[in-house]
Write a protein that binds this ligand. Sequence first.
Ligand SMILES: O=C(O)CCC(=O)C(=O)O
Length: 384
Amino acid sequence: MNDVATIAVPDYGTEQAAMRAYCEEGAEKARRLGNRGPIRYTDDGRIHPDIVDAYWRCGFYVFEGVLKPDELADIEADIKDILDRLPVEKGAVVDAKGRPALTVGLKAPTLFWSKPLGDPFGGTELANGRHPVKMFEPKAADDAPKEVVYLILGSLQFSDAVLRVYGHPDLLAVAAAINGDDFVPFNEALFIKEPGRGASVAWHQDGVTHWDSPDWDEGSHGFNMMAQLYGCTPANGVWVVPGSHKLGKADIRAMVAAAGTERLADAVPIVCAPGDVAVTNRQTVHGSFANTSKDWRVTLNQGFHRRKSVLGVAGGGLHNAPGVYDAERIHRRARIIGYAIDARRQRFPQETPYRYQPLAGETWRWDAAAKADIVDYNLLDLSI
Ligand SMILES: O=C(O)CCC(=O)C(=O)O
């Protein structure tokens, strides 16, 4: 999709010059952080401690070259199909070709819509009011649709290729290195940032449950992996305030007021090539701007928690109904990791599959029955 400029792309309006300078300076600062490179292991098979240290220092890390061209091609084909099958407009039950739309009949939340280049959450009480400041909304082209889908939850049920990324042995090893061998799922999503249309995600921190816990620390709310189909740039990617995951609940309104602009001076962009995967601590102050670049961004998000952060905890209710997460619920949600590992084994038989400790001794087979079993699986997301 990224090689075809089919969409009229306006610029960032009155903020264009300032935005361009901000992107250039941010990219330079990001390059100096020392938190990127391929996934590396020690001789005894652990993720290299330098990587883990850099992740904890910065609050994010970019793993380069994780997804290879054959896998990216699979993903692109599935993403095109997903986009093709979206409802023709918000509330519609058919896609543009008159077929039942992708999400018809599903109970769990899936599609999030925005006006093109809009900021649907900033400055509202939505999602516990965690996006306190509205981002600048550039004007979209006159022929843009009224609303576009910018976020799709429960994404593993829509694509085998996306599910296979969830079962990637190196990524699961990273999850274990950060959250422990007994790590558990959070949720999965696709962020779609179409050129000239993609919405912004206002500055926020993700966690909602543990900020005031006596044992709160820099890892309490887990992390998201953000796998990039086409890469991401300062103009269309996520920005992070390095180190902010260690500082507790941030006063984002005050940060923006002090900066005099939503372009927070301390933030840096996550810059990725196709196939890179960023790991971002959910407690960092992070966000993204409306995409007035010519480049698509398609991010495969997959989040993981420490088991102790969710076991016996009353979930935040942000991604599904509130409830206390017991061992049975965690196990039921974690079965998707078992399916993903098997789906990956079938497509990439030369790889050594990851052995996920909490499912040790169990067999999870990815087949038609499993596909039916994961419909609406995100009703069980572990949302903290
Ligand atoms: O991808 C984006 O633009 C925003 C991602 C984000 O805020 C998140 O995953 O929490």
